[in-house]
Design a protein around this ligand. Structure first.
Ligand code: SF4
Length: 414
């Protein structure tokens, strides 16, 4: 049996799973299942355990390897599972030697992630069958938001040198990839650890200049407090930078932002969205929002709901607050579970409403779409569009949007 890599969590994990696949192949690993886990919420860790049990049941003779942020932050939890043969840390998982032997020489290989200072670039062999490829530009985080476990799973912020990123993008474009998503943990911190401290805007500029064949560049989560002027300039004036920015807002009330140790205010977030929209009217924004952060009152929550409207957000990633061990927020007075659930549902409903409005606004427009899978494509604003006939995955097609509902815009190929 070959090697199956199961990815849980974020785009960075998806990128790293491609690296893991290549390293396992290089090491000659066979008959194994590698579960690349996430630790962002306790629910994510529960899903990791569930997936491991399922993989063992479905593959009784295979080697079960657990890695990713949950393996890094809760090593013992997984080392004690009878279903698990090996536990690898977030840095160890990217080395071929971790997969080298039929029987692992070390059952647990989890090094001190806080001691990692460099992020090597891995020239991945593309994303099998996918129209879009994720390219890692940064890893780790130097911030300490009070709710977040990620720095303990990913270590300090470290950047991939620009030359290596450009090589990665060029290689993917040469293989026919039309859209690249720059990913990391805190990409707006890009470059702070590199000579001359280049900013993310400078990196984007280099990619666009040195890889003229790249059709679409998309950015993953941005911290509005850390976006540099060159980045903003390219986001509003460069047609190849997709008019869709995902913001790590987390809340819409200043006192809650303060208790989260975030670096922006609600006024700054609203001003950021208004400024970019004034310069590029078709731009849309997504955001991460936490529902039910400790001490959040009804009034504070209503303000966060209003913030969705004030920023004109279109895509909401809603996270019901989940207390993570070792984080300051876990020691704050917690809200009842039903209140957290109810607020998450209201935020999701506001997100669904905003998406419906955006999809409807595309009607009558001819748009260039990237075909993802069969009849499903994405607009530059990341809107899901259903096509009237199939095109090859990865094709860029112009189409007229003729109708829309709550889930899709519907297009007829021009
Ligand atoms: S910026 Fe904050 S939320 Fe984001 S990874 Fe770092 S600590 Fe976590």
């Amino acid at each position: 049996m070959s090697v199956e890599v199961i990815t849980l969590g974020c785009r960075l994990n998806m990128y790293e799973s491609e690296v893991i696949r290549a390293k396992a192949r290089e090491a000659g690993l066979e008959n194994a299942v590698i579960v690349n886990t996430c630790a962002v919420t306790s629910e994510a860790v529960r899903q990791a355990r569930q997936q491991i049990r399922r993989s063992r049941k479905e593959n009784p003779g295979a080697r079960i390897i657990v890695t990713g942020c949950a393996a890094q932050t809760e090593t013992e939890t997984f080392a004690q599972m009878p279903e698990v043969d090996q536990v690898l840390g977030n840095n160890d998982k990217l080395e071929a030697r971790a997969y080298a032997f039929d029987v692992p020489t070390e059952r647990v290989r989890v090094n001190d992630i806080m001691s990692v200072r460099e992020t090597a670039s891995h020239l991945i062999a593309g994303f099998e069958g996918k129209a879009r490829a994720f390219v890692q530009v940064q890893n780790g985080c130097d911030h300490r938001c009070t709710f977040c476990i990620i720095p303990y799973g990913r270590g300090p912020s470290r950047s991939v040198p620009a030359g290596a990123v450009v090589d990665d993008v060029r290689r993917l474009v040469d293989q026919g990839v039309r859209e690249v998503v720059l990913t990391g943990v805190d990409i707006t911190a890009y470059g702070a650890d590199l000579p001359g401290a280049p900013k993310l805007g400078r990196l984007v500029e280099q990619i666009l200049t040195l890889v003229p064949g790249l059709a679409r560049l998309r950015l993953s989560s941005l911290d509005v407090a850390e976006c540099d002027e060159r980045l903003i300039d390219l986001a509003v004036h460069e047609p190849r930078v997709m008019p869709h920015l995902h913001l790590s807002l987390q809340a819409g009330h200043d006192m809650i932002l303060k208790r989260m140790k975030r670096r922006h205010t609600t006024a700054q977030a609203v001003a950021f969205c208004e400024r970019l929209r004034a310069l590029r009217p078709e731009i849309v924004f997504g955001a991460d929002l936490i529902a039910g952060f400790p001490t959040e009152s009804d009034e504070m929550f209503e303000t966060t709901l209003g913030h969705v409207r004030d920023c004109g957000l279109t895509y909401l990633h809603v996270f019901p607050f989940s207390a993570r061990e070792r984080t300051p927020a876990a020691r704050m007075p917690q809200l009842p579970g039903n209140v957290i659930k109810e607020r998450a549902a209201r935020l999701r409903a506001a997100g669904a409403e905003a998406l419906t409005l955006h999809l409807a606004s595309l009607k009558g427009r001819e748009i260039e779409l990237l075909v993802e899978q069969d009849l499903i494509a994405r607009s530059p604003t990341y809107a899901p569009v259903k096509l009237s006939r199939a095109h090859g995955n990865g094709a860029l097609v112009r189409a007229l949007i003729v109708s829309a509902d709550a889930r899709f815009a519907y297009a007829e190929a021009a």
